[in-house]
Design a protein around this ligand. Sequence first.
Ligand code: UDP
Ligand code: MG
Length: 322
Amino acid sequence: MDKNVKLYVVVPCYNEEEVLHETSKQMLELFAQMQSEELISSASRIVFVDDGSKDKTWSIINSLTKEHTEIAGIKLARNAGHQNALFAGLMTVKEDCDCAISIDADLQDDIHVIPDMVKHYIEGYDVVYGVRNKRDTDTFFKRTTAVGFYKLMQLMGVNIVFNHADYRLMSKKALDGLSQFHERNMFLRGMVPLVGYRSTSVYYDRNERFAGESKYPLKKMLSFAFDGITSFSISPIRMISAFGAIVCVIAVIMAVYALVQKIIGHTNAGWASLMMSIWFIGGVQLLSVGLIGEYIGKLYKEVKRRPRYIIEAYVNEREADE
Ligand code: UDP
Ligand code: MG
């Protein structure tokens, strides 16, 4: 048995027949190099997760597993979506590896920082985030929407790593922590920081997708962003309450204004009372919706059953002495 790190690289694939050969070739080269440098053990694996693809993805993965012992495959019964496919892969390999790296099949994320990630793992980090330096290969649209998204998330009080997608290394310990999150709405880049443990980042330049098309059309991207916000933040509910409070203040101002107008005699019959009730009822309704929202927010937190804490170490001196 060699003592080198047993690394598993998990690659979710949805209709990726055009990229698999090139991706596996580059990964295998990197694996060979890392093995010769005695960084990773010969039991390390590249695990392709077929996320219910409709093309030849699975048959390619299947034949790759026969050609190379370093390659393994997992086939999901249907298309479960990127985040679920990734989670499925990580949870499946968790018992077999020392640490796992998740990366997209299209090699947009530079695989050459993988050795650095492993080195950080050896230094004792449990989570290593891959962070994009610049985005000049992304389209203007993708770049602005992505940066806007990270800004918005931070504004909503969600703790995510800026410009980090799902390219990261996690130790077995961190994966065990992640496995305690039972939520169905997966937003991994928000969940991993909640697990805790020592973390660091490596930086790389993002490449263009070398073949095939993005599997994240605008519709999926928007729903992903919306999922991220609603799974991690109840700020939108708080905004309703705040808006309700503002409308209530306006209601008071309007009441005074309407009364003054009525006394001066500038009004038609019924105007003042109508004006006052419209603003008052509006404010009260918004406040009530916000209040109900607060309870729903609490309920939501409860049903997610997230771990309240994860213990990293328990040092008990007396027991150790005995
Ligand atoms: N993917 C997946 N299931 C899906 C959609 C995408 O497993 O339903 C995978 C896809 O094969 C790729 C990764 O998720 O490995 C990221 O997708 P893509 O590169 O198309 O997204 P983009 O880089 O354009 O954001
Ligand atoms: Mg991509």
